[in-house]
Design a protein around this ligand. Structure first.
Ligand code: ACO
Length: 188
């Protein structure tokens, strides 16, 4: 198509992370090539339907891997999505939405039975601007800083005129892996 509606990301379920992407004519590049040769693009509420259909497709796949119950994106108008694209494939995804408050995690020393970690949160509510509802990186690409790059991009671009400090966003209902990452990211 030459009308700008061509998909950049054509990640069919089976080929997720392995499919060519041809370039949306109007992709919003928020981070140009990094040392891995990847870039970050953002999908905003006012972007065309075809972008959001793709977001929805990818969200479903990510949620399946995360074991999240099917509940979709709550309010599109409050949501921004970041894709990390490497060699024409989407290998990372971050979904952030406007939230108003969050609770701090209180670190626990003793693991609970079964090896997991008990997660306790402060009763106090803290004012935040954004909540990361999903962050995901293709298994073969983990440990290279891609999730950190996505969070950095979100912090620069969630609000138009303000870089979010570590206290101004939260990870919503993180998995154990998400907690491990968040702990590292916020302490660096
Ligand atoms: N446990 C402990 N530390 C971790 C973990 C983890 N699971 N994952 C990353 N880190 C550390 C890294 O070692 C690194 O530390 P370093 O700077 O000292 O080297 C630092 O965090 C940054 O790591 P990145 O390379 O930027 O993270 P990566 O690209 O590997 O992605 C992610 C991390 C997104 C958690 C990935 O492992 C993943 O997709 N996991 C499965 C999906 C998942 O559970 N996502 C979280 C869902 S919760 C939510 O979305 C709110």
């Amino acid at each position: 198509k030459s009308d700008g509606s061509q998909m950049m990301i054509d990640a069919g379920q089976k080929e997720f992370g392995a499919k060519q992407c041809n370039g949306w004519k109007k992709e919003r590049l928020v981070r140009d090539l990094d040392h891995h040769g990847g870039r970050v693009i953002m999908v905003s509420p006012t972007d065309p339907q075809h972008c959001w259909r793709k977001v929805e497709e990818i969200r479903e796949i990510v949620d399946q891997e995360l074991g999240f119950a099917e509940n979709g994106i709550r309010v599109k108008e409050n949501t921004k999505v970041f894709f990390y694209v490497l060699e024409k494939k989407i290998v990372g995804c971050l979904i952030a939405e406007t939230i108003r408050e969050a609770h701090k995690v209180i670190p626990q020393r003793s693991p609970i039975r079964g090896g997991g970690q008990l997660v306790c949160c402060s009763e106090k509510r803290y004012k935040v601007w954004a909540g990361i509802s999903r962050i995901w990186v293709l298994a073969s690409e983990r440990g290279k800083g891609i999730a950190s790059t996505l969070v950095d991009a979100m912090r620069s671009n969630f609000l138009t005129s303000h870089f979010l400090t570590l206290d101004e966003f939260a990870f919503s209902d993180p998995t154990e892996s998400g907690m491990g990452f968040a702990e590292k990211y916020t302490q660096r």
